[in-house]
Design a protein around this ligand. Sequence first.
Ligand SMILES: [Zn+2]
Length: 253
Amino acid sequence: MPSGGYASMNAGLVVSRMKLTLEGRVVECVVRTSNRARRISLAICPEAGLVITRPICYPVAVVFSFVRRHQDWILKHLGQRQSVAECIPLRWPYGMTLPYRGQEFVVKLQETLNQPNVSCDGEGNLRVHLRRVNVEAGRRLLKEWYWVEASRWLNMRVTDLGSRLGMIWRGVIIRDQRRRWGSCSVTGTLSFNYRLVMMPPAVMDYVVLHELVHRRHMNHSSDFWSLVESYHPQYRQARKWLTTYGPWLPFAR
Ligand SMILES: [Zn+2]
């Protein structure tokens, strides 16, 4: 199994967007789910609007009741800047971070004379190059890029792990689903969620392995789990990552 992925399973900061209704008004906000934060905090940022930082151990209900208790403050400070925010489609992150292979990257939209493209620059930036800077076009290009990267990595990992396990599969399909990470059909087609490429490599490997092992055991019997464990001794940690961070990964249509 790859090394290096396990440590980053614990270093978590997941940024997602959601809509809240405060006194009948729809407020878009950024939620940062962090395992370093000690308390819930609220901030109003010029680009992102309302930013809520949530310690990972706090249930969502606690966060929402905190937000409701402070709704007067939020609405007052959001005041004039909400009209600015409405001009910027906040559907996919702009001026904020996105995860890729378990690390956070700052999204930067930039102009180019070349073909539009996305690149990671090794300094923690995800550079989205467009002919003309446009948030909506950037969002589309970013999603395409994630899709291609997901396909590339998942095909690579299926080939590697599948041949080590001696499994036969029919093909790999990339999908866009909110909660489902992977599945294995009776005919041997493996389907995976494109957002697996946002996760730490060890978590992606667990999902790939899980579906490949279904080629031998079409159930979750003890034989199934012991085969998973023999190839991924820390699979329990990966499952825990999926349940705690999975629901907070950014999702875009
Ligand atoms: Zn399963």
